[in-house]
Design a protein. Structure first.
Length: 182
């Protein structure tokens, strides 16, 4: 080892430096794409999706009882929708059954739905404004986890139109109230 170092031609350090410089230049010259956004790395895409569903709070609205039970909900009951409605200026919406959504739609369609707020049709309080910013990889991991759970048909109440409160079931009122008005 030390012998070969002794015999290194004096110019080789310069060559190495030059090579490193070229490599660095070509790396920064790579065009920026969607996929340069951060993404979660895990042992599998399904594992990444499982992690993201939790830390991105998807279960809070899409798994019945998740908040009340502090996340202690069996996998077989996860992501099959939340029958407790969200009432606001948009009417009443329900955290959809994501297992059925993954079953009905292709992965590309799922990405499209989350990027476009369901083509402008998606209502609050689904955080469309945040979800549209997921990297492609993370959106696909979320899909793969929902899909891995398999379909589970659980019926949810129908959305209501603006100004109409639900007549059955439970709902959370998210309308903004002014504390100074009676
Ligand atoms: C604050 C509650 C809330 C959170 C948090 C939330 N969602 Fe939603 N989501 C909803 C509601 C409510 C709807 C239904 C909106 C409607 O009816 O237009 C919805 C709709 C969706 C839909 C569209 C389903 C369809 O076919 O119409 C997808 C997909 C979805 N959510 C995925 C997610 C994912 C993935 C996360 C986590 C990154 C997430 N949601 C976090 C409340 C939430």
């Amino acid at each position: 080892m030390s012998r070969s170092r002794l015999f290194l031609p004096s110019g080789s350090l310069a060559v190495l430096t030059l090579a490193a410089g070229v490599a660095a230049t070509s790396a920064t010259a790579t065009p920026r794409t969607q996929d340069e956004k951060p993404f979660v790395q895990a042992s599998s895409d399904v594992a990444a999706g499982e992690y993201l569903m939790t830390v991105a709070s998807c279960h809070d609205c899409h798994t019945a009882g998740w908040v009340e039970k502090k996340g202690q909900v069996a996998k077989e009951d996860q992501l099959s929708g939340n029958p407790v409605g969200f009432y606001g200026p948009w009417g009443t919406t329900y955290g959809k059954n994501l297992r059925q959504v993954a079953d009905r739609h292709s992965e590309d369609e799922w990405v499209d739905i989350l990027r476009t707020a369901d083509h402008g049709q998606g209502a609050l309080p689904m955080p469309w404004h945040d979800a549209s910013k997921f990297s492609d990889k993370d959106l696909r991991a979320l899909y793969r986890y929902a899909k891995s759970l398999g379909p589970k048909a659980v019926r949810l109440p129908r959305n209501t139109k603006p100004g109409i409160k639900p007549t059955t079931g439970q709902y959370i009122d998210l309308t903004v109230k002014d504390s100074t008005s009676k």
